[in-house]
Design a binder for this molecule. Structure first.
Ligand SMILES: *[C@@H]1O[C@H](CO)[C@@H](O)[C@H](O)[C@H]1NC(C)=O
Ligand SMILES: *[C@@H]1O[C@H](CO)[C@@H](O)[C@H](O)[C@H]1NC(C)=O
Ligand SMILES: *[C@@H]1O[C@H](CO)[C@@H](O)[C@H](O)[C@H]1NC(C)=O
Length: 420
């Protein structure tokens, strides 16, 4: 009885509003997205391997199917800006740049589908895309139908060149246009990112409209960028965390793991914190040429199972300490807990953190079972509230753990709880 009451209380504390009802993104989406690594490189004459062309996506799809990415859960191959021709066709439809996409998007979608993967495309709610290609303002139904005809599976809808007061209307109209096509197309929005400079966005409306939404600046291939995103998320968690759940997710932008800017410890921090944040895992790197350690990190099934936990509850920063440790925790299904101990100090060597100081450690009453997932997989075994176990965390690194409560002795468990 007591247990049921507690469970109901927990559920009442966390009940996200209605999600967009298109049956998609019940877990945070996973895939590859070209922007951070390949940007708007359209120079296929001198840089054919890295320019935005059908070849790039076909090669990424090949690697994803062959080298364990698909099995790990990475499913979407996503085009970002700079794919279209500067002119719409005679019927007013978007068309791919004919030189760089000679086969067209439908053929590319067929190819990606033949590998058991899904294709994502990019457009913009305003007059132009951020890089100056035709925007969808005034063409929402036409563009939604074009993407559906091409059998596209995801739309990233940017917010450049749009009157901010019309952002909500524009994103809602496109959501309806996508629905009207009858094809399930995952809808990735940037509505809050473009509204925050003017006012606090309405996350209830955003969750009803989009499957994921960018809140903050584009990620760069640098530690300062990754840090600024986690700091922003921490500062706004009261507003944004309750909006996340099955069907709709806060999007802190791409994983830049496997590129040039992050040390290995920093790559582990990004992976751990993105899993805690229930973020879409969209990697932007060159899958054809990636160091084995970064690949192993991105395909780490223990971290991915935290990201993809079926409860779908976004975690948050639960302790921010003067000694530059932060603890980030996420409630998982079956009362489990993911705990990330993040060492933000960027001087000195590894520092120890006593696990009993993590706020979520209270589920270790009377006992819990702890597994370290990062930096190395290690069973830490049974622990209690009194345990003095500590972990060592490198500068700008993160130790990631999962904590499973043990309440086999049910009576003892509740007796000790109620007498606290
Ligand atoms: C369109 O919306 C309705 C009602 O919300 C929903 O039942 C249906 O599955 C949606 N269709 C698509 C293709 O998203
Ligand atoms: C959204 O759709 C409504 C109803 O059709 C229309 O009046 C409005 O102008 C549209 N807004 C935008 C930004 O497209
Ligand atoms: C936010 O959006 C929801 C759903 O569309 C709406 O019911 C609510 O009134 C809006 N809230 C505010 C403060 O505008």
């Amino acid at each position: 009885m007591f247990r049921v009451v507690c469970l109901l209380a927990v559920m009442a504390l966390w009940s996200p509003a209605e999600a967009l009802d298109n049956g998609l993104a019940l877990l945070p989406p996973m895939g590859w997205l070209h922007w951070e690594r390949f940007m708007c490189n359209t120079d296929c004459d001198t840089d054919p391997d890295n320019c935005i062309s059908e070849r790039l996506y076909m090669q990424m799809a090949d690697v994803m199917a062959k080298e364990g990415w698909k099995e790990a859960g990475y499913q979407y191959v996503c085009i970002d800006d700079c794919w279209p021709s500067h002119q719409r066709d005679a019927q007013g439809r978007l068309q791919a740049d004919p030189k760089r996409f000679p086969g067209g998007i439908k053929k590319l979608a067929d190819y990606v589908h033949s590998k058991g993967l899904k294709l994502g495309i990019y457009a913009d709610v305003g007059k132009n895309t951020c890089a100056g290609y035709p925007g969808s303002l005034g063409y929402y139904e036409t563009d939604a139908q074009t993407f559906a005809d091409w059998e596209v599976d995801l739309l990233k809808f940017d917010g450049c060149y749009m009157d901010w007061k019309l952002l909500g209307e524009g994103y809602i109209n496109m959501s309806k246009a996508l629905n009207k096509t009858g094809r399930s197309i995952l809808y990735s929005c940037e509505w809050p990112l473009y509204e925050w400079p003017f006012q606090q966005p309405n996350y209830t409306a955003i969750r009803e409209t989009c499957n994921s939404w960018r809140n903050y600046a584009d990620v760069y291939d640098s530690w300062s960028s990754v840090k600024s995103i986690t700091a922003w998320t921490n500062d706004h968690e009261e507003v944004i965390v309750p909006a996340a759940g099955p069907g709709g997710w806060n999007d802190p932008d791409m994983l830049v793991i496997g590129n040039f800017g992050l040390s290995h410890d920093q790559q582990e921090s990004q992976m751990a914190l993105w899993a805690i944040m229930a973020a879409p895992l969209l990697v932007s790197n060159d899958l054809r040429d990636i160091c084995p350690r970064s690949k192993e990190l991105l395909q780490n099934r223990h971290i991915i199972s935290i990201s993809q936990d079926p409860l779908g509850q976004q975690g948050r920063c639960t302790a921010k300490r003067k000694d530059s440790f932060e603890v980030w925790e996420r409630t998982l299904s079956k009362n489990r807990q993911a705990v990330a101990v993040f060492n933000k100090q960027e001087i000195g060597g590894p520092r120890r953190f006593s696990l009993a100081e993590a706020p979520g450690w209270r589920i270790c009453d009377p006992q819990c079972n702890v597994t370290q997932v990062l930096p190395q997989y290690k069973e830490l075994g049974v622990q209690t509230l009194q345990t003095k176990t500590s972990v060592s965390v490198n500068p700008s690194g993160t130790t990631l753990l999962t904590v499973t409560p043990i309440s086999r002795d049910f009576k003892l468990y509740w007796r000790s709880k109620t007498t606290l």
